[in-house]
Write a protein that binds this ligand. Structure first.
Ligand SMILES: NC(=O)c1ccc[n+]([C@@H]2O[C@H](COP(=O)([O-])OP(=O)(O)OC[C@H]3O[C@@H](n4cnc5c(N)ncnc54)[C@H](O)[C@@H]3O)[C@@H](O)[C@H]2O)c1
Length: 410
């Protein structure tokens, strides 16, 4: 029997009971829910990761929707409990949803939301930070300084890698991978090679690489180049800095392993801001041990919150605790989008047509559109015709039959 869980309640007389398994940044998300007749219960238990039993206790016998976290195991057991409590909506406060069994949710008629469009730049900026920190040995040098070991400038002190003119490799060139690629090319004049299962139209359409290359040439500098690789191995062989940005699924589990590490350059930098299991961390620790000039920047770990034995001792690893999306604007935006996903389903609102363009939901000075910003199983729930869930134009919301309801003109 699970012990009682401590909660904070907002708008106790609200008609719809919505639970958040964690306190989330900002208060706008709470107001948006309470303004729409929701009673909001926020779990304040001092426990970093809630168990399935804890969440069942939170759901109780009457619950309309839940906002959950990527550390929680949202599978058959929880969706069945939510369904029994009359629930129809769940949203992860995250863009990735590898912790969610979407098929189980769909089986119980429960919508699954995520929060794309608000993490992209923040996460890409952390990947860029880790790239620089690893390449220029910032953490090692900081520790050296604080330890009182600095005795004066030396020609060989903490010599690292120059990024300019080197090649950056991106594996998984979706929203975040493309944003990172642009930062590294435009900011540090790196050449780009990327690998993705699909052509990254986002990247190829927006990267002003030809114009930028011409600009550099006109200024007497080497123009930057870019290409899509035929295989992931091509990226691993050619790139000096490689950043991983795919989703985590069975095709990307242990994508980086002993064999693939072996084909990378001995002085390469590897960055992971996607999900920990994309790298075989045991293989990585061994590779770091025998290749001291190979460096990594890691935001995520295979067995979070733990690191594999030996990783913490590696001077050539920069490690941070899964903070890639941790900017105030992004975290408040994630909370807002997650709350509106749940609210939209409870209220029977349509689904927003383009989940990558969610600015109208984030403007604090206006009422958000009456829509769920991003439901990943809208189609599977059988409510929305495929072609109209994500039309090419960003500016429509669709009703439950897929008819365009309104053109948002702001
Ligand atoms: N560390 C963090 O805090 C943090 C923050 C945000 C997102 N993420 C992770 O980053 C992931 C990517 O986010 P996004 O918004 O860019 O998603 P996205 O869906 O826009 O991009 C993912 C890309 O990976 C590609 N891909 C899928 N399987 C692949 C494979 N086997 N090989 C190569 N490419 C493959 C897809 O085609 C897609 O282009 C999320 O799923 C999440 O797990 C982590």
């Amino acid at each position: 029997m699970a012990t009682p869980i401590s909660i904070e309640v907002w708008n106790p007389s609200g008609k719809y009971r919505v639970i958040s398994t964690k306190p989330m940044p900002g208060t706008r998300w709470i107001k948006l829910l309470t303004d729409q007749d929701c009673r909001v219960e926020i779990c304040t238990e001092k426990k970093t990761i809630l168990s399935v039993e804890d969440i069942i206790a939170l759901i109780g016998t009457k619950c309309d929707g839940v906002i959950g976290q990527l550390t929680e195991d949202w599978g058959e057991v929880l969706f069945s409990a939510l369904k029994k409590a009359g629930g129809t909506a769940f949203s992860n406060m995250a863009v990735g949803y590898n912790n969610v069994d979407v098929d189980a949710a769909t089986k119980y008629g429960i919508a699954v939301g995520n929060t794309p469009g608000v993490l992209t730049e923040t996460t890409a900026e952390l990947a860029a930070s880790l790239s620089l920190s690893a390449a220029r040995r910032i953490v090692e040098a900081d520790q050296f300084m604080r330890a009182g070991l600095y005795e004066g400038w030396l020609p060989n002190l903490f010599v690292g890698n120059l990024l300019k003119g080197q090649t950056v490799g991106v594996i998984g060139a979706g929203r975040i991978g493309s944003a990172y690629a642009r930062m590294m090319v435009e900011g540090f004049k790196m050449n780009l090679i990327y690998y993705d299962l699909y052509q990254s139209t986002r990247l190829e359409k927006y990267l002003p690489i030809i114009a930028y290359g011409q600009f550099l040439k006109a200024n007497g500098e080497q123009p930057v180049t870019w290409k899509r690789a035929a295989t992931m191995e091509d990226v691993l062989r050619e790139a000096d800095v490689i950043s991983l940005h795919p989703i985590l699924d069975k095709t990307t589990y242990h994508l980086i392993n002993k064999e693939r590490l072996a084909i990378m350059k001995k002085e390469a930098v590897l960055v992971n801001c996607s999900r920990g299991p994309v790298i075989n961390e045991v293989d990585l620790v061994e590779h770091l041990r025998v290749n001291p000039m190979f460096r990594v920047g890691l935001d995520v770990f295979e067995d979070e919150p733990y690191m594999k034995p030996g990783l913490a001792e590696m001077k050539n690893a920069v490690v941070v605790p899964h903070i890639a999306s941790a900017s105030k604007w992004t975290r408040e935006g994630m909370a807002t989008l997650a709350a509106l996903n749940v609210l939209g389903k409870i209220k029977g609102y349509p689904v927003w047509a383009n989940p990558n363009q969610v600015e109208p939901f984030l403007d604090e000075n206006s009422v958000p559109p009456p829509a769920s910003p991003s439901l990943v199983n809208a189609k599977k729930l059988g409510t929305f015709p495929d072609s109209l869930i994500r039309p090419p134009s960003a500016d429509f919301i669709c009703d439950i039959y897929g008819t365009n309801l309104a053109l948002i003109t702001n």
